[in-house]
Design a protein around this ligand. Sequence first.
Ligand SMILES: *Cc1c(COP(=O)(O)O)cnc(C)c1O
Length: 525
Amino acid sequence: MSGMNREGRETVGAAIEGAPQTFTGNRALQLDEALIFEIGASDRTGVDLPKADLTGARLGGLERDGAIDLPGLSEPETMRHFTRLSRMNYAIDMGLFPLGSCTMKHNPRLNEKVARLPGFADIHPLQPIPTVQGALELIDELADWLKTLCGMPEVAMSPKAGAHGELCGMLAIRAAHEANGDPRKVVLVPESAHGTNPATAAFCGYEVAPIPATAEGRVDLAALKERLGPDVAGVMITNPNTCGLFERDMIEICAAVHEAGAYVYCDGANFNAIVGKVRPGDLGVDAMHINLHKTFSTPHGGGGPGSGPVVYSERLAPYAPLPFVRKGADGYELVEEEAVAEGRSHGDSFGRMVAFHGQMGMFVRALAYMKSHGADGLAQVAEDAVLNANYVLRRLEDVLSAPFAASGPCMHEALFSDKWMAGTSLSTLDVAKALIDEGYHPMTMYFPLVVEGAMLIEPTETESKADLDQFIGAVRALAEAAKAGETDRFKGAPFYAPLRRLDETQAARKPRLVWSEPDLAEAAE
Ligand SMILES: *Cc1c(COP(=O)(O)O)cnc(C)c1O
């Protein structure tokens, strides 16, 4: 297949001044790749099927009369296409992935091996219950680990992501207020919260009221107490928070919220910093989601699949969703009806979150992760994650600006602002783009919103000191280049990526999701 040089398309070879424009658009082993619609053809295929034994059309004249126009490729062409595409992506298996708040940790291969066992991988959610006893036992055992680690009596396993878990938690809070005949209107959300928190509250029909942060990056307890009242249904609070700090007033916050007749939802995305060390139930939390794909290493990136079980306090347990797994006299059962749940949790369930029972493949991986670490190993995960983040913070605070460095050690992520760039005409975005040239996925940018030009770096516990030193060296070199006035290095970055600066606003606002065949006659003019 020649024709890989597609004129008019920005190719890698074009990126560097003085470098030759290669015929193929490839740059050494970095291969350019076209869309499958551009390289495939409907008369090509990778499979050889016997001719269908047609018994006549049964569609009453509605059958297609034109070609279906799917892009066919031979098997080797298919393999190469997708392998080339995969090499354009950055992955945790290639290098450090410092995206803050995302906990991009190594996914142990043992988990993958176990998840591929046919007894887990090949089952169907509609199989008769006696044939999936092992799977139900696994869900129940994972539920037990989550309840134990959180010090909370109930858990809903079905939510499919953190944001979905937020919805699951807030729907239980809403159901509890409705059951008390006291539907309240407002949910309080700290300014530093992840965008999914206010979005969830609004989705549940609540009005969102912001709570300011203190100068040291924590929830302003006095402001929170002042805003509490009979109209407040709950508070959504992240602990450790998105500034990378532990909310030291959490017990007092929870007590005040309960005093006001409201519930505490905790965003548990940052559980990696405290797993095995702190039980959210002991702090007074009523509901919290756990991103299995963050804290418990199940793979993420590229959109999923995630898994976001929600733990509940005693007070919210009756409103938890269906279904849930229960051990009965005849083995494990899946309770799908409220009536069957009588006398215990889920008895006043708000309903279901999803058609089935959750992300089985992620459950298997998460439990494999927990069992291979053990309780002491999980506590060490938190300790090492916090140690690594503090190492990054202390090794970079002299060249970057750490707004909360005086607030004490950070938790599992280090937060910097853009103050150090004052007078350089550069922005956080420019630094992130230059980091791509260094071979790193950028850190989280411009989040949390309470810090100007935020750069949130989360190394996780799975990075070695050597890898952290390499990353720190790259960031230090960039900071020094920025201060030395090497503006072009940043404004033009990335120089070495397959595509240069993309128009991200256009890409988000007007994504081109449908490929249409270019008009060749028009192109030739
Ligand atoms: C990741 C994250 C979420 C959302 O979780 P998803 O699994 O991506 O839906 C919510 N809050 C915080 C702080 C997060 O980091």
